[in-house]
Design a protein around this ligand. Structure first.
Ligand code: ZN
Length: 503
């Protein structure tokens, strides 16, 4: 086959794989949002059959040969070359392990998740420990299969962000520690904090009905500038974004009557993820590069809308106005300033997903340090609760009262996800560097003041979104900002903001 024939075969294959993924995405979306409770069994059969077909197609002898042939061609244009490269990584991940080991691992993961639920409910780490140990053993073995010469934890990090290593993260988290620990201590001692806490309690106590919150979220959708004919919102237990292709993206929000900020910022966060997928180059549709560059880059786009833009004093005013329109009675005695402080309340807590903007990265830093110890130092699994608690005392000044609120809080390890957490925080640091660049390139502050995000979204589309997976994170950061990734932007952003509010 000549080059053109090979490429035609390749893109036909990608379209078929896209179709399987599309169907699975919709079935899962339905399960998380609208399907009746008893639909679980039927859905499990559908997703496992579709998953099996997709796996068989990806790992077939024919596919492996096709990828090998394409990799031998040295004059592919960048888009094709990168599509082959991204897909080849997937094929390698799926074919590097003997099938029996994969099956055994799938079984272990299914059991581990159930055991984790029970261990978390009963505050019983010992119950989960043997499963955790086996999951770690498997991940070490997997990393060796993928790249026998690399450090296993670096190989795992690379799964969530191509090219990410412990070197980058060590430098990054050193900056976080140096900046956030003293800022957090300053906030805790601040005279302003009791006032902000009282405002938060007063606002949360008012109660905000679900119908009103839904109306507000629709208004935020418009304020953010999302396209109604390509994007939809639904309700689920935990907010998430899911996409079939750049013309069909959906996200969800959860509503809590005693916490209005939760829905507001979840909507803007997921709206940021949605915006990224909607704005990837439409010529890439149905190919492996038609999605965000990495978990980290994705998080940078959700966080920039959620935090840098929406928690700023200038833009927060517009959210305040909309909230007051929807909830006139509750907002009778809430001033613009009260609302701004409410949205920027900061206090150390045990649970990562409930953490505020300032302390969030410390939670992730702790998880990173613990994972690093697991893979680099071979720390004993039974020692993890104690190590965890000590770190919370050291960095956040609080000690979890039990493992449920400590080392057992997140589901990720039971799924075998190690190396995933750092992307949550690193993306936030990217967003600070992007924001600083935009302040020089466009009238960023003016846009926030006006409440019109068009110019900001255009900049993000042209400099980040459009590439999809064509480039890796480091290349996108360099192209967009003219510099290497530099965590000091994030440090400066936090210092300025929290000193202004609490200093
Ligand atoms: Zn996110």
């Amino acid at each position: 086959m000549n080059k053109q024939e090979l490429l035609t075969k390749f893109y036909d294959l990608q379209k078929k794989l896209y179709a399987y993924a599309h169907a699975q995405t919709l079935v899962n979306w339905d399960g998380a949002t609208f399907a009746p409770e008893k639909s679980v069994e039927g859905r499990a059969i559908t997703t496992s059959i579709l998953g099996g077909e997709s796996h068989a197609l990806t790992t077939s002898e024919d596919t492996v040969k096709l990828v090998e042939e394409l990799q031998k061609i040295d004059d592919l244009e960048l888009k094709d070359k990168r599509n082959v490269e991204v897909f080849a990584r997937e094929v390698k991940k799926m074919t590097c392990l003997p099938m029996e080991e994969v099956m055994e691992y799938m079984k272990l993961r299914a059991e581990a998740e159930q055991v984790w639920v029970k261990a978390k409910t009963d505050n019983d780490f010992k119950l989960f420990a043997p499963y955790l140990e086996k999951l770690i053993e498997f991940q070490k073995k997997y990393a060796k299969y993928i790249n026998p010469d690399a450090k296993p934890y670096n190989t795992l990090l690379d799964d969530y962000q191509e090219g990410l290593t412990m070197d980058t993260l060590d430098k990054y988290f050193a900056e976080i520690e140096k900046t956030v620990v003293p800022l957090n201590a300053m906030v805790a001692k601040s005279d302003i904090l009791p006032k902000v806490k009282a405002i938060k309690e007063r606002i949360d106590a008012k109660g905000f009905d679900k119908e009103g919150q839904e109306k507000l979220v629709d208004k935020l959708f418009e304020l953010q500038g999302l396209p109604k004919d390509r994007c939809k919102i639904a309700v689920s237990e935990h907010p998430f974004t899911s996409g079939a292709n750049c013309n069909d993206i959906r996200y969800t929000v959860a509503y809590h009557e005693d916490n209005l900020a939760s829905a507001i910022y979840a909507a803007l966060h997921e709206g940021g993820h949605a915006m990224y997928e909607l704005n990837t180059n439409h010529d890439y549709i149905f190919t492996p590069i038609a999605t965000g560059a990495s978990m980290t880059m994705h998080e940078s786009q959700s966080r920039i809308y959620e935090n840098n833009i929406s928690r700023s004093e200038a833009f927060n005013k517009h959210i305040y106005k909309l909230a007051k329109e929807v909830f006139p009675t509750q907002f009778e005695d809430i001033s613009e300033e009260d609302f701004y402080l409410y949205c920027n309340y900061s206090s150390p807590s045990f649970i990562r997903i409930e953490a505020d903007e300032l302390t969030y990265s410390l939670h992730v830093m702790i998880r990173y340090q613990v994972e690093r110890m697991i893979f680099e130092d071979g720390v004993d699994v039974m020692d993890l609760p104690q190590i965890w608690n000590k770190k919370y005392e050291e960095y956040l000044g609080i000690c979890p009262p039990n493992d449920t609120q400590g080392v057992l809080q997140d589901v990720h390890w039971s799924f075998g996800l190690f190396g995933y957490f750092p992307t949550y925080s690193l993306g936030t640091a990217y967003s600070a560097q992007f924001e600083a660049t935009m302040k020089e390139a466009i009238d960023y502050d003016g846009a926030l003041e006006k409440g019109d995000l068009t110019e900001i979204t255009n900049w993000l589309r042209e400099n980040i979104h459009t590439y999809g997976k064509l480039l890796i994170d480091d290349e996108i950061v360099r192209k967009a900002t003219g510099k290497e990734f530099d965590p000091s932007y994030y440090a400066k952003y936090l210092e300025k903001k929290y000193t202004e509010i609490y200093g």
